[in-house]
Design a protein around this ligand. Structure first.
Ligand code: TXA
Ligand code: MG
Length: 317
């Protein structure tokens, strides 16, 4: 069931059930983070390996001390400037956070989403919500309530309808171990903005999903149709005889024989491109295509997060 009933969503979560929640980045698959059994349901519903830790969501920075032991000054500074927003801070967890949430790791990801509906839900709960992206493990993250319903509809008690996600790529994840700030996943808060505030940060080479490196698993964000990343004209020339779907930044190809083309932002706006990225990948994946081709984005701002997702979606070989 999809709707905007926050009270109903709250009741389901209090019963230990799963609820799809909108955030500014992507939709989450939420459960009471302090209830082991509820958290287990998340892993089952997503078919997610238990070694892949979850992040927890709450309504305000003031509450975070209940779940983390220590807040380094750089984390505090980032929180004051960027939260609520698309940034997840990895901080040392207190014992009250069940080990299943962090896959046994000492750090827990803390996220304060800015979506008004989810913010208001979180304000009314007396526990934080563990929530990964609401997609089956390895598939493209959902950016509408309908995306969640299509794939996980049978497994959730309710989906909160919050409209299409404004940012469209997941939160940036940053850790502060050994006095060094490291971005583990490029996301909705740009590295440029982070560095403007706290100075240079290390960036983990391949960003996401094993405990050391969130999002490293090879086939992540992957469509079912073979997906290639490179120069569009060259890729297209190699596959003239096939049904090709094209995912372009602002220009696209002009050939008549393209089966379907999506131009993410005719005005070359990276934020607009990020917003539409996952919905476009899903749309192309639904069509009877032989392959999808996409081009690399400018390696700046949100373009870095977009490139990271495209690379991990790409068919190897
Ligand atoms: O924007 C987002 O962050 C969305 C929305 C729903 O909030 N959530 C999300 O969660 O993307 P998920 O689980 O799909 O991705 C979180 C990533 C995973 O790749 C996980 O491996 C990593 O964060 N992660 C979580 N806790 C970690 C930890 N303690 N150490 C290292 N990586 C961690
Ligand atoms: Mg995910």
């Amino acid at each position: 069931m999809i709707g905007q009933d926050i009270i109903y969503a709250k009741q389901q979560l209090e019963k230990g059930l799963l609820v799809g929640i909108p955030t500014e980045t992507v939709y989450g698959l939420a459960a009471n983070a302090l209830d082991q059994q509820a958290v287990t349901r998340i892993f089952e519903a997503k078919n997610r390996p238990s070694f892949d830790p979850l992040i927890i969501h709450t309504s305000s920075w003031d509450r975070v001390g209940q779940w983390v032991r220590d807040i380094p000054p750089l984390a505090q500074q980032l929180a004051e400037n960027f939260l609520p927003g698309p940034l997840t801070l990895l901080l040392p967890k207190r014992a009250i956070v069940p080990d299943i949430v962090t896959a046994g790791l000492p750090l827990v990801g803390i996220r304060i989403p800015s979506h008004p509906l989810t913010k208001s839900l979180l304000e009314q709960l007396d526990f934080p919500l563990a929530a990964p992206s609401a997609n089956p493990f390895g598939y493209i993250s959902p950016t509408t309530a309908q995306h969640v319903a299509n794939q996980l509809g049978q497994k959730v008690a309710y989906i909160l309808e919050g409209g299409p996600c404004a940012v469209g790529v997941e939160s940036t994840i940053i850790s502060f171990e050994a006095g060094r700030s490291t971005v583990l996943r490029k996301g909705g808060t740009s590295i440029e903005n982070i560095e403007a505030l706290i100075g240079p940060v290390a960036v983990y080479a391949h960003s996401t999903s094993n405990p050391q490196a969130p999002g490293m698993l090879k086939s992540h964000y992957a469509p079912n149709v073979p997906f290639y990343l490179g120069q569009l004209d060259q890729l297209f020339a190699q596959h003239q005889d096939k049904k090709v779907g094209v995912l372009a930044f602002h220009q696209g190809l002009t050939a008549d024989s393209i089966a379907h083309q999506i131009i993410l932002s005719p005005s070359a706006n990276l934020a607009e491109a990020a917003q539409g990225l996952f919905a476009a990948m899903r749309a192309l994946d639904q069509l009877p295509l032989d392959l999808i081709i996409a081009e690399p984005f400018p390696e700046e701002g949100l373009g870095r997060a977009i490139n990271d997702r495209l690379r991990r979606a790409a068919t190897s070989a």
